[in-house]
Design a binder for this molecule. Structure first.
Ligand SMILES: [Zn+2]
Length: 327
């Protein structure tokens, strides 16, 4: 049997707009901690990575509701996470933050590389805009009736009643959660990752564990519901997905790119890159080489995630890594 030379174990980054609950601990953190402690006892080279996920519209929205600044919100929950993990004895080697400058640089380098390699599709589309607040309404800034189940307060990206993934345009009678007014449609430019273009190799990788004929993982080790969800996305046909947002909080789209002003990276583009920035920070503090853990074939990357993170870890993050080419 073949064992990797080193293990990089990540636990899903908790989102810094609310406290941890027992489901977080039971789902991603206690299992990963047990796994890591076992590997350490076996004398394995293992690095255990996590951090606060501090970008995205749900944070600015929370700040708006509480009359605080986004920075105050993320500082509050980052401190709360650290206290909870310490209290539970979770043994991370690095608990980082996606508001850290090292993370901003790392995520921007990814975006710039993908941009320079022509991976993105640039598209101008009509999106909802709150004319009173003078801003575009990303994701959770918009509520309306779910077209699938009729639930009257579905968000622009998801209905929490029936679990459907939505786009704001699909909502019936949309309203802005900032001012409560009806938003108007306005043109804005964004950069899309053409997931449809990656469908071929993603399918091969998900179903056989191979990419370009090389065996990368054993599909038997993936849980059935993980494989099932990935296959259902693939069978439904992948769509290009916007990797940017009109927001005033988060990682800036590199300003050398034309039209980048006022645009931030989509939180699900920058958050998984947070695992890389956290590994860099750990390596810096411990005199190690982070690249060995991310770029060497003899390293194994193991994600512990929640079920609502499946598509991002199994389809979108792998697409970003492969499109980058250096991983
Ligand atoms: Zn619904």
């Amino acid at each position: 049997m073949h064992y990797p030379e080193r293990y990089l174990v990540t636990a899903a980054l908790p989102y810094a707009n609310g406290p941890l609950h027992i489901g977080h601990l039971a789902g991603a953190y206690i299992p990963s901690d047990i796994y890591v402690r076992f590997q350490r006892m076996m004398g394995k080279d293992v690095v255990y990575i996590c951090g606060s996920d501090e970008n995205g519209a749900a944070i600015t929205l929370r700040a708006l509701k509480e009359g605080k600044k986004p920075k105050e919100i993320v500082d509050e929950y980052d401190a709360s996470f650290r206290k909870s993990f310490k209290g539970m004895g979770i043994s991370f080697d690095m608990f980082h933050r996606t508001s850290d400058s090292l993370h901003h640089e790392t995520a921007q380098e990814f975006f710039k590389t993908l941009y320079d390699q022509g991976e993105f599709k640039e598209e101008v589309s009509e999106q909802y805009y709150d004319d009173e607040a003078k801003q575009f309404l990303a994701d959770r800034y918009i509520k309306g009736t779910c077209p699938k189940c009729g639930h009257d307060s579905a968000y622009g990206d998801q209905c929490e009643n029936c679990g459907s993934t939505l786009s704001p345009i699909e909502l019936i009678d949309p309203i802005s959660t900032i001012t409560g007014t009806s938003p108007i449609l306005k043109a804005t430019k964004h950069w899309y990752l053409p997931l449809d273009k990656y469908e071929g190799w993603l399918r091969e990788w998900i179903t056989d564990g191979t990419v370009d004929g090389e065996q990368l993982h054993d599909t038997q080790k993936w849980k059935n519901h993980v494989l099932g969800q990935c296959k259902s996305w693939l069978d439904g046909g992948l769509q290009p997905r916007s990797m940017t947002r009109d927001l005033d909080w988060g990682v800036d789209v590199p300003q050398s790119i034309e039209g980048a002003e006022g645009k931030k990276l989509y939180v699900w583009m920058d958050a998984p890159i947070g695992y890389i920035s956290a590994t860099k920070e750990w390596a810096k503090q411990n005199g190690k080489n982070w690249e060995e853990y991310w770029k060497d074939d003899k390293s194994e990357l193991i994600h512990f995630i929640g079920k609502d993170n499946i598509v991002f870890h199994c389809l979108i993050f792998p697409s970003i890594l492969k499109a980058h080419g250096g991983y």
